[in-house]
Design a protein around this ligand. Structure first.
Ligand SMILES: [Zn+2]
Length: 153
């Protein structure tokens, strides 16, 4: 059978598979990868559920592989230096904002007993989500604990 279709990726003529009459990409591996990338790109652009799912999957993966980025930075110094520079810039911007609001950096303040809003940090980073209202009764605070340790020595 003579090829009847033009591949959307490589432009070569091809014959669609019998069960995919409207096939737009030839069966070569790079063209199938291109098809998949285009599909994902389109879903990310148009489907908020898909976007949320992808973000959740990535957050879960990051939580399960906490060492991945540390190792990546160790083996990719160029990236690391760039990130450090960007972080310095972010810090500088942030401290400018803080100076405008307060005259000094806030002193360390241990958590006080009281009502707090509690939510899953991974979920909250992805989507607006409901928070639990919880009451936290502080039994010991890090600042007090430190003083206790010093007194004992
Ligand atoms: Zn192709």
């Amino acid at each position: 059978m003579k090829p009847t279709h033009i591949c959307a990726a490589c432009g070569a003529l091809f014959t669609p598979l019998a069960h995919i009459p409207h096939q737009r990409y030839c069966s070569s591996k790079p063209c199938q990868l291109a098809r998949r990338r285009t599909w994902q790109h389109e879903r990310m652009r148009t489907d908020s559920d898909y976007r949320a799912n992808q973000a959740r999957a990535q957050a879960t993966w990051r939580a399960r592989h906490p060492d991945y980025w540390r190792r990546y930075r160790e083996t990719h110094p160029a990236c690391r230096d760039r990130n450090r520079m960007m972080q310095r810039e972010r810090n500088a911007r942030r401290s400018v904002g803080r100076v405008a609001k307060m005259d000094a950096s806030p002193p360390f303040r241990p958590l006080a007993s009281g009502f707090y809003l509690l939510c899953d940090a991974l979920e909250a980073s992805i989507a607006k989500m409901d928070a639990w209202t919880v009451y936290i009764a502080v039994l010991s605070a890090p600042g007090l604990h430190l003083r206790d340790c010093k007194e004992r020595t």
